[in-house]
Design a protein. Structure first.
Length: 236
């Protein structure tokens, strides 16, 4: 199963940038990005959040211990297993999964508030979480699976991070073989051969999906007017 990345506080977009435009009148998008650990998703999603003023990062709750470099409420919301179980029973989690022996989940309230306000929300979750979001809110979800260019490069990236033991790296590679099987369940696929190119693909996917929703909103209004006019003409 893929490891969820630590969230970063999004930087304010530069004035005049394309992504700093006024919010468009639509419901927000649930932008789901998944990958096996080591595929480069952390850097890609961090760059996207930092450059886009209408994209918020969903901060997961987790039962795993906080690392020294992590801040509660910024990287994750660190909670007990008991609290996690209570949130599940109260239907306060949009999705949840057990990843590398620890539980992770997405709090429902902040996401629904952001979507209603027209903000897009980025989810850094594995295929299990993505599947649950499909089941609950499929029309709001746009999903992207990020692949490494090769197995050799995936192993090299995990080793270059110097964060895990050889045993942990071996487990992540074994999990990757299972996770990659689920790429067919996603709306889009990005192969991270070059970081800048992959980032450009990810950004273009988000922009394209935003444009689709704006067009759909216009079509809904136009269709409603057409039907009203037809009803007036036919007296029906």
């Amino acid at each position: 199963m893929s490891k969820r990345r630590k969230s970063r506080r999004p930087l304010k977009p530069k004035a005049g940038s394309q992504d700093s435009a006024k919010r468009i009148p639509r419901r927000g998008i649930m932008f789901v990005v998944s990958s096996p650990s080591g595929a480069g998703k952390t850097t890609l999603t961090r760059n996207l959040v930092n450059s886009d003023g209408n994209l918020e990062l969903s901060i997961s709750v987790t039962t795993r211990p906080r690392r020294p470099s992590e801040v509660d409420g910024v990287h994750y919301h660190f909670i007990t297993k008991q609290k996690f179980a209570e949130m599940r029973r109260a239907n306060e989690l949009l999705e949840f999964a057990k990843v590398h022996g620890n539980f992770y989940g997405t709090p429902r309230g902040p996401v629904e508030h952001a979507l209603a306000a027209g903000k897009d929300v980025l989810f850094d979750i594995d295929w299990q979480g993505a599947k649950q979001l499909y089941e609950k809110m499929r029309t709001d979800v746009v999903s992207v699976f990020v692949l490494p260019p090769s197995a050799k490069e995936l192993k090299a990236r995990l080793e270059r991070r110097a964060e895990d033991s050889a045993d942990v790296i071996a487990r992540r590679l074994k999990n990757a073989a299972q996770e990659i099987l689920h790429w067919v369940e996603y709306d889009h696929l990005v192969v991270n051969r070059d970081l800048n190119e992959a980032y450009g693909e990810l950004r273009n996917i988000l922009r394209s999906e935003r444009a689709k929703r704006v067009r759909r909103r216009k079509f809904v209004k136009a269709t409603a007017k057409l039907l009203a006019d037809l009803k007036s003409i036919t007296g029906g």
